[in-house]
Design a protein around this ligand. Structure first.
Ligand SMILES: C[S@@+](CC[C@H](N)C(=O)[O-])C[C@H]1O[C@@H](n2cnc3c(N)ncnc32)[C@H](O)[C@@H]1O
Length: 220
């Protein structure tokens, strides 16, 4: 892996995501633009246009959807969703206490009412959701194109089994827990994830950039 300089966002102490500044420290992944697409997909499911002039898509979520963000890191996904969809109930979890501390600071700074829980995937999470969204670690340590990420937390980046281990574990947990699942992964991993999801009774509805949208068929 080639060495990159210390990231500007860590020096500045914040990074912009979906038009808002989020506090970041070396305990959390720096929010990425490709993750904003997950927000756009969920706003579409909620029937909310996110670009001026775009036709309002059909709403498939209830008026007060329950949404869970797994692996919340800085909290950028959950907090943005609460601010864009104030009527939604937002929950967020992470296995890292240090990351949750930053996420809670961001929620306070941006005045977003999100419930944060320390949990290894869904282990400490109760209840049923309309949407589970997850940007979990998916980097394979052996990818030759890994560069400029060595200052970010290993826990936020790497997973075994070609980067797929943690995503596969979540796929095994979501049956009867959600109607829709949105996962971020590198496009080189999408085919394998779609195939694993199919074996868990999920249908891939859309691939947008790094994001995969699934419908959990046991819910329909
Ligand atoms: C790629 S970062 C994403 C952070 C944030 N959601 C974002 O999009 O910028 C992955 C996050 O998942 C957390 N994580 C790793 N393994 C986990 C697990 N088994 N259960 C819950 N969270 C986990 C890491 O601590 C990290 O904060």
């Amino acid at each position: 892996m080639s060495e990159g300089s210390f990231p500007k966002a860590y020096k500045d102490g914040f990074k912009e995501f979906f038009g808002r500044d989020f506090l970041v420290s070396s305990d959390v992944l720096i929010p990425r633009p490709e993750t904003e697409t997950a927000i756009e997909i969920i706003l579409s499911l909620a029937g909310k246009p996110y670009i001026n002039g775009v036709t309002v898509p059909e709403r498939v979520l209830p008026e007060k959807p329950r949404i869970l963000d797994v692996g919340t890191g800085s909290g950028c996904i959950a907090i943005t969703l609460k601010l864009e969809l104030p009527e939604a109930d937002l929950y967020a979890c992470d296995v890292s206490s240090a990351a949750l501390k930053i996420a809670m600071e961001n929620a306070k700074k941006l005045t977003a009412d999100v419930e944060f829980v320390k949990s290894d995937l869904l282990d400490n999470i109760d209840g049923h959701f309309d949407v589970i969204v997850a940007n979990l670690p998916y980097v394979d340590r052996n990818w030759p194109w890994n560069s400029g990420i060595e200052h970010e937390p290993e826990l936020a980046l790497y997973a075994e089994n070609g980067g797929l281990e943690i995503i596969y574990k979540l796929l095994e947990q979501v049956e009867h827990r959600t109607k829709y699942l949105i996962l971020e992964a590198d496009p080189v991993q999408h085919e394998k994830i779609i195939s694993k999801a199919k074996s868990q009774d999920m249908e891939c509805l859309e691939i947008r950039g790094y994001q995969l949208l699934f419908r959990v068929l046991s819910e329909s």
